[in-house]
Design a binder for this molecule. Structure first.
Ligand code: FE2
Length: 413
């Protein structure tokens, strides 16, 4: 007898439907027509059953804060930074936790159970960091939360920032962040990347650097990250986030860089919802898309995963918590409309994200935690085409969210 059995599940890569049996918090069997009974059984009717989605990049300290104290009418990065600067002094522990928890619940209901959040550690009280470190423990039995210590204003732009970053590592941040393109000089930017690698080695942590999130074709810090990863030899523990300037590099440089990237094993994390709206704002026409070369990175064999970056905050007014929505946007803005390419975009919000976050026990396998999502679609293509909402989200063997799909009725004779 198992605690829960999902019957008739369509699983990517399997030729015929399977049953999945769960005991306690773990998957204990996967096979067609399992003979045992479950205390509870769910008939999945041939729907796609998948490991949970992975949010590779979000800022939970600023989610659900749009309009506080005012809305970003110009839609620019700079007005967003200005508004956030006005909001930051009123941050409290409870305020950050409440908004972050609401966003995590929204994401869980959309089938996402692994989240990497950046948190601004240039705020001298480290209020948001402490709030999210505590929240990470509170949600541990249904959500895996990774916290990146992110020096939003630059590591070297104010004298205390370097020390605050190290303090964040001491307090338990999982990942070292950086923002080299926003340091005062190119030299400071290079130094900041090297320092992030040093800290990661000293504290045995991962690395995820906001990198080249500008339209400037001379912003070239991906090459610094890649070089450090090649020389130090642990590129799979490193991620370069945003990298939007990559879309503006000349092809000769870009293709040379793609070769180095392949050697480095560095993960790339793109945020198409926000960057398609935020970048290219200084352009008239032709107006650049301001996105990294998602398709070319994928074609070169680099690991690419996706994030929302923002949900209803000073930089991005929309956002639902849906990673399917992010993949849907990626198909459009990266022109990945071939069938294999659409499938690859589904990978970018699932298995590739798990690789970026270095999740070791991810996937539908016997012995793994029973983290499972039942989608209202027969396959990944349909899930993206219809932007499906999950029927069930199961975390550590427990059904923690369910949705009833809307019924459309057409009465035209
Ligand atoms: Fe970001």
């Amino acid at each position: 007898m198992s605690d829960l059995i999902l019957r008739n599940c369509r699983v990517r890569g399997e030729s015929q439907p399977v049953d999945i049996a769960i005991t306690g918090a773990f998957i204990d069997a996967i096979a067609p027509n399992l003979p045992q009974q479950g205390v509870r059984e769910i008939d999945c009717s041939g729907k796609l059953v998948t490991p949970p989605f992975v949010e590779s990049h979000i800022h939970l300290d600023s989610v659900l804060a749009a309009g506080q104290p005012r809305f970003n009418e110009s839609g620019t990065l700079f007005e967003g930074i200005q508004i956030w600067g006005e909001r930051k002094p009123s941050l409290t522990h409870e305020d950050v936790q409440q908004r972050a928890l609401a966003a995590l619940k929204l994401m869980a209901a959309h089938g996402c159970l692994y989240v990497r959040t950046h948190v601004d550690v240039t705020e001298p009280r480290l209020i948001a960091l402490d709030a999210l470190l505590e929240l990470r423990e509170q949600v541990r039995d249904w959500m895996t939360l990774q916290i990146v210590a992110f020096p939003q204003d630059g590591m070297y732009s104010r004298k205390d920032n370097e020390a605050l970053l190290e303090e964040a590592m001491r307090r338990g941040a999982d990942v070292v962040g950086g923002i080299p393109h926003y340091e005062l000089t190119r030299e400071d930017g290079v130094r900041s990347v090297q320092h992030a690698f040093d800290l990661a080695e000293r504290y045995d942590r991962l690395i995820d650097i906001h990198c080249d999130e500008v339209d400037d074709d001379q912003s070239r810090f991906v090459e610094v990250i890649v070089a450090e990863a090649i020389k130090r030899g642990h590129g799979e523990r490193v991620a370069a986030s945003h990298t939007t300037a990559f879309g503006s590099y000349n092809d000769s440089y870009a293709y040379k860089l793609l070769g180095f990237i392949r050697r480095s094993n560095v993960n790339f994390i793109a945020n198409p919802l926000i960057n398609i709206t935020l970048q290219g704002r200084m352009d008239t026409y032709p107006k650049r898309r301001g996105l990294t070369r998602i398709k070319e990175l994928w074609q070169q064999g680099a690991n690419v995963s996706l994030g929302q970056d923002c949900i209803y905050d000073p930089w991005y007014i929309f956002g639902t918590g849906s990673m399917i929505g992010v993949a849907h946007m990626t198909v459009h803005v990266s022109q990945m409309t071939g069938l294999q390419e659409i499938d690859a975009c589904f990978d970018m919000i699932s298995v590739n994200g798990a690789k970026s976050l270095q999740i070791q026990d991810y996937g539908l396998k016997v012995g793994n935690p029973a983290n499972i999502v039942v989608l209202d679609a027969p396959d990944a293509f349909s899930a993206l085409r219809y932007q499906t909402i999950p029927l069930y989200t199961i975390a550590r063997g427990r059904v923690i969210a369910s949705n009833t799909p809307a019924q459309m009725q057409v009465d035209i004779s």
